[in-house]
Design a protein around this ligand. Structure first.
Ligand SMILES: [Cu+2]
Length: 507
């Protein structure tokens, strides 16, 4: 048993105002401090057959005896089919651990990677270490964040449907923590909500989470202790479960569909880092850093695929308050899964902008048949800016000399240009503070790229080698054939097209 005395001391301290109420109700306090060794309600199978009473999954499987619950799921419905999928995996009879490259194609997590594992006693064993990280959002913009195993966000965890995972979580933070496995069907005590489902993991302690995975798809993990602060500091990550292919028919209803050649995972998140500071402010209701895998464009590692390959991008969103409509240029894609659940091919929507609300995951798939460096970005225009400061709107005005005058009183004051922000970006109009970023930075083959922040490139190329794909090596900037390029036209060509050049001359 854990040291309950010390935990009780902590609990009393964190409960603050409610500590007195707990003291007045000793039975409630005692209930909070003790955990039953067996579920309070042993379950039965639909056939009425009792499961072993010490089976910790009994309540998951058959809390409702008889077949009544099956009728309520409406046989043949999507819900009934989902339950049938889950029930194929018996939690106390896990399938053998899946092997990368054999049972699944590993996911590429740009700017990050996957958490290593070991197999012990037929169980896939991981070790997450929650700790402070010196993180680089972009060149010239570093911060002390929180993360796992030296990176922010945490590394991607990859598992295979039907296998059993054991995840040790060591707390090297200055605060207690827990980990919630977002979207998983698991025993109540493994779900990770601090205080409700488990005691907090104190600094220096290691807790063990273990369950049999009965789903497949895109999931997430994140702290569920002081959630606002700890997610806001970066205690988040992606959790991918690959399907156990032999459980699914090769074709027809219930089939998984074509395997993807390239499989990418991207976490969307928002932060507030006032220019010149070195630590995100998780208490702010303002946000000025909009990231994919905790990086801003152009420091986001591109997604590289060969012409003709099938590509999946898995998005998760653990922003504090923002949903993100992610728009991909040059393509329409299929929405193939939501919250881990695969959508049958005939029901998949075709979209050009995938809406990823907070707390959800969405998978999209396409076949890369158009070559190019195709940008995908949040379509909220403030989310493709980095460390935007407050500007006075002078669009259409001549603000000459105004900055200098106001800066005598307000050193941070800066107007927009009178034609928008274009003349303000990429070069410091007045020096930007140390450890901060101009709002746009990246240069493309044709000039400054007008997208930053929550954005990245999908690079579909003819000539990428297997080795480049294995390392997701950036093939450099794309330049299409000149005949397919938007170019300025001559006055002669305009006249030939029946267009007047007068308005052009007046600009
Ligand atoms: Cu957004």
């Amino acid at each position: 048993m854990p040291d309950l005395t010390r935990r009780n001391a902590l609990r009393t301290a964190t409960l603050g105002g409610t500590a007195a109420a707990l003291a007045a109700a000793p039975s409630l306090a005692r209930a909070a401090a003790t955990q039953p060794d067996t579920p309070s309600t042993p379950g039965t199978t639909p056939a009425g057959q009792h499961l072993p009473e010490n089976n910790p999954y009994a309540h998951l499987l058959r809390d409702t005896s008889g077949d009544e619950w099956r009728a309520k799921m409406a046989p043949g419905s999507t819900l009934a089919k989902a339950y049938e999928d889950w029930e194929r995996i018996e939690p106390d009879k896990p399938l053998p651990p899946g092997r990368p490259g054999v049972d699944y194609t590993p996911v590429v997590t740009p700017n990050n990677g996957s958490l290593p594992f070991e197999i012990r006693d037929g169980v896939k064993v991981f070790h997450l270490i929650a700790e402070e990280v010196q993180h680089r959002f972009a060149e010239g913009l570093e911060a002390y964040t929180w993360g796992y195993n030296g990176v922010t966000q945490g590394p991607t965890i990859e598992a295979v449907e039907g296998e059993r995972v054991r995840i040790y979580v060591t707390n090297r933070l200055p605060a207690p923590t827990t980990v919630h496995w977002h979207g998983f069907i698991l025993p109540h005590g493994m779900d990770g909500v601090s205080g409700l489902e488990q005691a907090p993991i104190l600094p220096g302690e290691t807790f063990k989470y273990e369950w049999t995975i009965r789903q497949n798809g895109t999931f997430m993990y994140h702290s569920h202790h002081d959630t606002m602060t700890q997610e806001g500091m970066g205690l988040t990550g992606m959790f991918i479960v690959h399907p156990r292919r032999e459980l699914y028919p090769a074709s027809g209803p219930g089939a998984l569909g074509p395997e993807v050649d390239r499989d990418f995972a991207i976490m969307l998140q928002t932060w507030f880092m006032p220019p010149g500071t070195h630590r995100p402010d998780p208490f702010s209701m303002m946000f000025n850093l909009f990231t994919m895998n905790a990086h801003v464009m152009p420091d986001t590692e591109p997604l590289v695929a060969r012409l003709g390959q099938r590509v999946r991008i898995r998005f998760g969103n653990l922003s504090a308050v923002h949903h993100h409509p992610i728009h991909l240029h040059g393509y329409e894609f299929a929405v193939t899964a939501e919250d881990g659940r695969r959508i049958p091919p005939e029901d998949q929507d075709i979209q050009a902008t995938i809406f990823v609300p907070v707390g959800r995951t969405k998978d999209i798939e396409l076949v890369g048949i158009y070559e190019g460096d195709w940008v995908f970005h949040c379509h909220m225009t403030h989310h493709i800016m980095t460390q935007m400061m407050h500007f006075t709107n002078t669009v259409g005005m001549n603000p000459a000399g105004l900055d200098e005058k106001v800066q005598e009183l307000l050193p941070d004051f800066m107007t927009m240009g009178n034609a928008g922000m274009n003349d303000r970006t990429g070069r410091p109009m007045h020096p930007i503070p140390e450890n901060s970023r101009p709002m746009y930075k990246g240069m493309g083959p044709y000039g400054k790229v007008s997208v930053a922040g929550m954005a990245n490139l999908l690079k579909i190329r003819r000539n990428v080698t297997d080795e480049m794909l294995a390392n997701n090596t950036d093939p450099g900037m794309y330049r299409g054939p000149r005949a397919t390029q938007a170019l300025p036209v001559s006055p002669e060509e305009m006249r030939a097209a029946g267009l007047t050049t007068e308005r052009l001359a007046s600009r």
